[in-house]
Ligand binder design. Structure first.
Ligand code: AP5
Length: 209
């Protein structure tokens, strides 16, 4: 099962990826998480990427494509994977097709989560992640019940100012990929404004159709 979660920042990709991992036992490949781990490790690539991420801009394609190429070559991807936050530009989408073609595999489904910009800002600014369990919460929509307050972290790029820039990068560079995947016949567009559990149910129905 080779899947992709697609959508604006805060559309719910990371939230829904957790349910796919549980159901299909395949790894989530989040370019955002890989970049944040590189920043935490203070690698050269991480420090370079941080400059773009702090500004709400996309990290250059060459860096991202290199990350994906290495990650897809790992053993745990042989049974399938969930791409989360990749691709985000046409060159990235084309590179992915070429890479998958070389590997003799194809995309089964692209799940696009549609959420209007007005809701995105509230979702992003209210998001907290547990540094212990990695669980994603929202202080209003999905408040933590059994986590200690000091274990909850807010991402550096989750400010109102940066989210506006991330949204404009999404509309300018990423949203055009909806046409790209429509032409490939693999995309399913879902209403991402529903409750988390309803989105999950719609997603499973779409995948298993
Ligand atoms: P990345 O980490 O990929 O962030 P993103 O795409 O901006 O997406 P998010 O992680 O913010 O949101 P999400 O859709 O996963 O939402 P979540 O489930 O957490 O990228 C960060 C940066 O890295 C980029 O800006 C860029 O600089 C760089 N980068 C990464 N990949 C790149 C690439 N391929 N090319 C170039 N640069 C790249 O949900 C959000 C909140 O909403 C949570 O609080 C959650 O609890 C809540 N929520 C979720 N679903 C619902 C629901 N149905 N109802 C109510 N609340 C909900």
């Amino acid at each position: 099962m080779n899947l992709m979660l697609f959508g604006a920042p805060g559309a719910g990709k990371g939230t829904q990826a957790k349910f796919l991992i549980e159901k299909y036992d395949i790894p989530q490949i989040s370019t955002g998480d890989i970049l944040r781990a590189a920043i935490a490790d203070k690698t050269e690539m991480g420090m370079e990427a941080k400059k773009f991420m702090d500004e709400g801009q996309l990290v250059p394609d060459s860096t991202i494509i290199g990350i994906i190429k290495d990650r897809l070559a790992e053993d745990d991807c042989k049974k399938g994977f969930i791409l989360d936050g990749f691709p985000r530009t046409l060159p990235q989408a084309e590179a992915l097709n070429a890479l998958m073609n070389d590997m003799g595999i194809s995309l089964d489904k692209v799940i696009s989560l549609n959420v209007p910009d007005e809701l995105i800002v509230e979702r992003i600014t209210g998001r907290r992640t547990s540094k212990v369990t990695g669980k994603i919460y929202h202080m209003k929509f999905n408040p933590p019940t059994d986590e200690k307050e000091e274990d909850l972290i807010q991402r550096a790029d989750d400010t109102e100012e940066t989210v506006t820039k991330r949204l404009s990068a999404y509309h300018d560079q990423t949203a055009p990929l909806i046409d790209f995947y429509t032409n490939m016949g693999v995309i399913v567009e879902l209403d991402g404004t529903k409750d988390v559990s309803e989105v999950t149910a719609d997603m499973f129905t779409a995948i298993e159709k």
